[in-house]
Design a protein around this ligand. Structure first.
Ligand code: GLA
Length: 354
């Protein structure tokens, strides 16, 4: 292209001399046109995107949460290794989800991974992605359609929620026995969040396992939280405790660590501490500080954020790069961490903060 440019310049100069500057303006126009073609050919983008680069978005509903930060960190690892650009986006409500998907398309991205703040946006997200020719999959929270059914046509990676919830229920029961608490003196406080399937499956699993182990169904109390936030879990637990001053000992669980942290705070605000409470969370990413203290937090089910971050973006990358679509449904497992093993297990997953 550079040679063409030089040749054109030469011709224009000669022509100029010959025609005694009669057609100088025409020559200049020709030159400007060629210069533009040359710039595009050389990859000068004048603000546009590098045509060959792969860009993948990673949208999460709670960008400040340790869980989602861990997902992003592992997704970035995949991007650095494979050489694509990762665009990390926090989208806390439906409007942000819509506008951010549009901006992704404008920025030249070819796909995204999403944990949406509202799973009922499923059909809207799918439509937007199709309109913008973006490949996408969901992580953590699976999309539902207008009837509330899972949109199984969208590839998904999430936790084996029911099973992990059952692990929580069993562990609570075992620890109650270890402490020699009588069932008659004990009740369960299950903070439930009914608007999200993965949350409901977790607490359903916990209640199911507790009852199967022999815990009386009538002593399993549910505290509904309005949103999946620590403060809401605090309020829900507070209300429950006001209604049950007669209970001596408590088994506590909920959809994730942040919920259980809220519940434990509500107990402690009423003067009920670790000698009367066994609390187990889910995620494991938010409990280093809790387990570092001597409080009612007994443990957490440690998930595998690496699979949720690294694997999901890698799947979308392969899809864009070689047309291999992600597996339709992938479920990840968890292990119980307590004060005995949390340091070792968090370090093993690269989640320990010094
Ligand atoms: C949901 C929760 C997160 C985490 C993930 C795991 O999105 O809000 O805290 O538990 O599920 O998949």
């Amino acid at each position: 292209m550079g040679e063409c440019f030089e040749l054109a310049w030469m011709l224009v100069c000669r022509w100029e001399l010959r025609t005694m500057k009669r057609f100088r303006w025409l020559g200049c126009l020709l030159l400007v046109g060629l210069a533009q073609v040359w710039l595009v050919g050389c990859g000068g983008d004048g603000g546009g995107s590098d045509s060959g680069a792969i860009k993948i978005g990673f949208l999460v509903k709670q960008p400040e949460e340790s869980w989602f930060r861990a997902e992003w960190r592992y997704a970035q690892e995949a991007a650095d290794e494979k050489g694509f650009e990762l665009i990390k986006i926090g989208a806390k409500d439906a409007e942000e989800v819509r506008s951010q998907i549009d901006s992704l398309a404008v920025s030249g991205a070819q796909g995204f991974v999403i944990c949406t703040p509202d799973v009922r946006m499923g059909p809207a997200i799918k439509r937007l992605a199709e309109q913008n020719d973006l490949k996408f999959m969901t992580v953590d929270d699976q999309l539902v359609d207008a009837e509330g059914a899972f949109m199984t046509e969208v590839p998904h990676l999430g936790i084996a929620a029911k099973e992990i919830g059952r692990q929580v229920g069993k562990a609570l029961y075992v620890e109650m026995q270890n402490r020699g608490w009588a069932v008659e003196d004990t009740a369960a406080c299950v903070v439930v969040f009914k608007d999200l399937d993965t949350a409901r499956e977790r607490t359903d699993g916990a209640m199911e396992a507790l009852i199967e182990a022999g815990f009386p169904v009538e002593k399993v109390y549910q505290a509904p939280q309005k949103k999946d936030e620590t403060d809401e879990a605090f309020n829900a637990t507070n209300d429950l405790l006001t209604n049950h001053p007669e209970v001596r000992n408590w088994l506590v669980c909920g959809m994730n660590d942040l919920t259980v942290i809220g519940a434990v705070r509500a107990f402690s605000s009423k003067g009920i501490g670790k000698d009367r409470v066994i609390a187990i969370g889910i995620n494991g990413t938010d409990v280093q500080d809790e387990l570092g203290k001597d409080n009612a937090f007994f443990g957490s089910m440690l998930l595998q954020p690496r699979l949720h971050g690294y694997d999901t973006v890698s799947m979308v990358y392969d899809w864009i790069q070689s047309g291999v679509a992600p597996k339709a449904d992938t479920r990840t497992t968890a292990i119980l961490i307590t004060r005995d093993n949390y340091e070792q297990e968090l370090k093993r997953q690269g989640l320990w903060r010094e």
